[in-house]
Design a protein around this ligand. Structure first.
Ligand SMILES: Nc1nc2c(ncn2[C@@H]2O[C@H](COP(=O)(O)OP(=O)(O)O)[C@@H](O)[C@H]2O)c(=O)[nH]1
Ligand SMILES: [Mg+2]
Length: 217
């Protein structure tokens, strides 16, 4: 509505537009740190142990690039395997944070299968996707997947790669922030509004640069 309102309600609505809502799904193999990353993001704390069967959704409101955003985050637990529920949340998700554990190669292999599953469910092979190579705080001799290998595989699937640690709070906000920007870009491309920013590539270097600049409040 373009007309100026006289009630306090409409005045308020004009001065503070309804925040954009972003539906984000966190996926990955078991025990890679999906819940730890999600809770770290929404509550800024690290939980050492978390029930692996809990699947829950969380909400955080924040400003990204001076815009109010609400992130609706579904932290999945993989209990449903290939069931209808998984299809359902994959269809409704706009952005996917796919997590693997750098110290467990099998979780990296599993991560690689998600791109296809997501593309199939969303019927879009360019769905917003960030891959978190988590637990980067653990000593290098425990790493089974190098940063170079991880980055190359993730970039080949057209997603953004970030080394993360829920424990040391490395690149946690950045991962979610990057997803919001990718979703905006997708919305912009689809003519649905959202912020269109020049130079928002999916490439690792650019993404890393962006992540560093990400202003979160
Ligand atoms: N060292 C380290 N441990 C982590 C990190 N993220 C999660 N963990 C631990 O890994 C285990 C599984 O984490 P959780 O978030 O429950 O995994 P999920 O099954 O993917 O949700 C827990 O013991 C966490 O404390 C991390 O970044 N670094
Ligand atoms: Mg969990």
């Amino acid at each position: 509505m373009a007309t100026a309102g006289t009630t306090s309600k409409s005045t308020k609505a004009q001065s503070s537009p309804r925040p954009n809502v972003y539906k984000i799904v966190v996926m990955g193999a078991g025990a890679v740190g999906k819940s730890a990353l999600t809770i770290n993001f929404v509550a800024q704390q690290f939980v050492d142990s978390y029930d692996p069967t809990i699947e829950d959704s969380y909400r955080r409101q924040l400003h990204i690039d001076d815009r109010a955003c609400v992130l609706d985050i579904l932290d999945t637990a993989g209990q449903e395997e290939f069931g209808a529920m998984r299809d359902q949340y994959m269809r409704t998700g706009e952005g996917f944070l796919v997590v693997y554990d750098v110290t467990q190669r099998s979780t990296f292999d599993e991560m690689k299968l998600f791109r296809n599953q997501i593309s199939r469910a969303t019927e879009d092979d360019k769905t917003a996707m960030v891959v978190a190579a988590n637990k980067c705080d653990l000593p290098p001799h425990l790493h089974e997947v190098s940063e170079a290998e991880g980055r190359a595989a993730v970039e080949a699937m057209g997603a953004t790669f970030l080394l993360t640690s829920a424990k040391q709070r490395i690149n946690v906000d950045e991962a979610f922030c990057e997803l919001v920007r990718q979703i905006d870009r997708r919305r912009g491309d689809a003519g649905e509004g959202g912020v269109k920013k020049a130079g928002l590539g999916l490439g690792g270097k650019k993404a890393k640069l962006l992540a560093k600049k990400c202003p979160l409040f």
